[in-house]
Design a protein around this ligand. Sequence first.
Ligand SMILES: NC(=O)C1=CN([C@@H]2O[C@H](COP(=O)(O)OP(=O)(O)OC[C@H]3O[C@@H](n4cnc5c(N)ncnc54)[C@H](OP(=O)(O)O)[C@@H]3O)[C@@H](O)[C@H]2O)C=CC1
Ligand SMILES: CCCCCCCCCCCCCCCC(=O)[C@@H](N)CO
Length: 326
Amino acid sequence: MASMYFLFLLSILIIPVLILVILTIILKPRTTKIPIKGRHVFITGGSSGIGYALAHEAASQGARVSILARNVDKLEEACNSIRLSTGIDVSVFSVDVRNFDDVKKAINEADPIDVLICNQGVFIPEEFNKQEVDTIKFMMDVNLMGTFHLIKAVLPSMKSRKDRGPCSIALMSSQAGQVGIYGYAAYAASKFGLRGLAESLQQEVISDNIHISLIFPPDTETPGLAEENKTKPEITSIIAASSGAKKADEVAITALNGIKSGSFIIPCNFDGLLLSLATAGMSPQRSPAMALLEVATTSILRFVGFFYLWNWYASIEKWNAQKIRT
Ligand SMILES: NC(=O)C1=CN([C@@H]2O[C@H](COP(=O)(O)OP(=O)(O)OC[C@H]3O[C@@H](n4cnc5c(N)ncnc54)[C@H](OP(=O)(O)O)[C@@H]3O)[C@@H](O)[C@H]2O)C=CC1
Ligand SMILES: CCCCCCCCCCCCCCCC(=O)[C@@H](N)CO
């Protein structure tokens, strides 16, 4: 009896260790470190919110920083306040990412880029049925096509530079890029699109020592969110509240740590970690410990996920019933 018990214990210990050993041998791409000190970090949407917080944090950590956005006044303001608190001068580029020629021009004028963070984004939540085609196109153009433009402009020089360390291209997605949410049809499509881009591109640029990261923040306190909240359907806010809100500085620090450790998927809070495990799919995972966690939790998290969906659909039913009564 005692030996049976011992065997049982041994097997539950040995199986995870065995899986961990196998994972450590087979995981590709391998773990990497991407230093940012003294290197050039180029952040789009760097004049506001998460992008500004990223620019500020990267500058504090000794990176050379450039920011790109449309509005010149906001860019200057961001530049001044980073100079005031860090003493570092940030380069600014006033460009609309929807214009490929302008994006190319800015990137060719800038110093060679070591870390590109495609963070620009617009979000206008609204029931799909009510949303104008122009609004849908606007989100797809800025969030998805804008990111294609940036990467297309950066890759030739990033690939051809020989005298450099590992480079990174990080894309700002959203938890709405991992699960579709009421009111986010177009926004979620633009953010899910980034994942297909990221997974494919990583396979193409791994031989150039270029590493892709995808960042998945929850609701984050930014000027953009304040603006979004003015018109957001109430049910969208209720569902989004399943994952707690974060401050822009916290998201920036988590994102930068993820980029520096070459993580492909970067969740930004605990719910985000659960969501990333539940939606691991076929994304690369460099960390054997995280890969083991994915193997161990995916099926149970699928079960947990059904409770979230149950809760969301119940809220939607209640909300629709209320609308009919009033
Ligand atoms: N805040 C949140 O709750 C969450 C945000 N995200 C994502 O994080 C990113 C940043 O969001 P957040 O900080 O809230 O947004 P903000 O609205 O605060 O900032 C957006 C930035 O993007 C720039 N930008 C917008 N459109 C363009 C364009 N066409 N060309 C160039 N730059 C542009 C803006 O400058 P300008 O207008 O001058 O061009 C600004 O610098 C977005 O991709 C968003 O989808 C993800 C999850 C949650
Ligand atoms: C096992 C499963 C665990 C599941 C946890 C699920 C939590 C999902 C919440 C989704 C929130 C979406 C927020 C989008 C924020 C955003 O991008 C906008 N504010 C625009 O900026």
